[in-house]
Ligand binder design. Structure first.
Ligand code: G4P
Length: 302
């Protein structure tokens, strides 16, 4: 894996400071923070500074885009987060699948104690309030729109939370801030950046398309070989380098340039596009660690 080819991803320090400040100033207004992550890359799509920024507020995870992820892996991730003390649900904000499970988990698990305390004081009418946060493109606007039943314009990809606070109803007894906190991804972790680039969350310019496609093909050959065979009609070999896999794919698809050479650039674009469109299959790029002690997500414990 040639890390040198991965250029650094731009997210200005000023933006980060602004986001931190915005989240901090909005935190007193909410009872919980809901972090939306991508079910295909649950580690890489988390923000590296989450727990520090929300300083002890109850936190819940929504694994979005589960329609594109491997169901078995998603189930393992939910179990993993829950065992780490963070309630998690899997949803698909395109169709709305799984969204019904959000409110029960928020009210009956995450904020159970708070609601019991309020009930004991006779404060049953007060809605719980949540802030939605997540990296760009993870599905924050889709989640807000689906939960609130409204069709708002796309949330701008700008850091922080808007100053004009509007609360939208998301079911009985709950409201959320209608503008989410746009967080920065784990751009200083090269492998995380690569996985985000596979999904299209990070622009292709950070790494050359052919290199990216070769890395993806090698991962698929190791973890989802049957899907590669079904889609591209070739058998990946455990010895094949990413380059060989890319050539096999290009050959099968008849992607040739003059002289009979394989057009690897076209093959690379094809595999990345088809992966991002979910055409290769439902694939997860990161699995939870086997042992709970190997806590990949130091934030998760709160
Ligand atoms: P953001 O606010 O966090 O930046 O994300 P946004 O909701 O705009 O979603 C980013 C892209 O991800 C959108 O696609 C959206 O449709 C898609 N998306 C959101 N949730 C899901 C999901 O659960 N499953 C799938 N498969 N896709 C999801 P787009 O190509 O930018 O726009 P469009 O396809 O909606 O036109």
């Amino acid at each position: 894996m040639d890390q040198a080819q991965l250029k650094s991803i731009q997210w200005f320090p000023g933006h980060m400071a602004k986001t931190r400040r915005a989240i901090k100033s909005n935190l007193p207004l909410v009872d919980a923070v809901v972090e939306i992550i991508d079910a295909r890359v649950p580690v890489s799509s988390q923000n590296p500074e989450m727990s520090g920024m929300i300083s002890g507020k109850p936190r819940m995870i929504v694994l979005n885009k589960c329609d594109m992820a491997d169901d078995r892996a998603t189930a393992k991730w939910i179990d993993y987060f829950r065992k780490s003390g963070v309630p998690a649900v899997a949803v698909d904000c395109k169709t709305g699948k799984g969204l019904k499970s959000f409110m029960p988990v928020l009210q009956k698990e995450l904020l159970k104690e708070l609601l019991a305390k309020r009930a004991s004081k006779g404060m049953t009418g007060q809605p719980v309030r949540v802030m939605i946060v997540g990296i760009p493109n993870v599905g924050k606007s889709s989640f807000i729109n689906k939960m609130s039943g409204s069709k708002k314009a796309k949330v701008e990809d700008r850091p922080g939370v808007t100053r004009v606070k509007q609360w939208v109803k998301i079911g009985d007894g709950a409201e959320m801030l209608d503008m989410p906190g746009v967080l920065w991804p784990k751009f200083d972790d090269q492998e995380a950046a690569q996985r985000l680039a596979f999904t299209g969350a990070i622009k292709d310019e950070i790494i050359d398309t052919e290199t990216l496609s070769m890395l993806l093909l090698r991962y698929l050959a190791d973890n989802y070989p049957a899907m590669l065979t079904a889609r591209y009609k070739f058998e990946p070999d455990s010895e094949d380098t990413g380059k060989i896999l890319l050539e096999k794919l290009g050959k099968k698809r008849g992607m040739l340039i003059s002289g009979g050479e394989i057009d690897t650039e076209r093959a690379a674009i094809t595999v990345l596009d088809e992966f991002r469109a979910g055409k290769i299959g439902r694939i997860t790029l990161e699995m939870p660690p086997h042992k709970q002690e190997e806590d990949i997500n130091e934030d998760a414990g709160n």
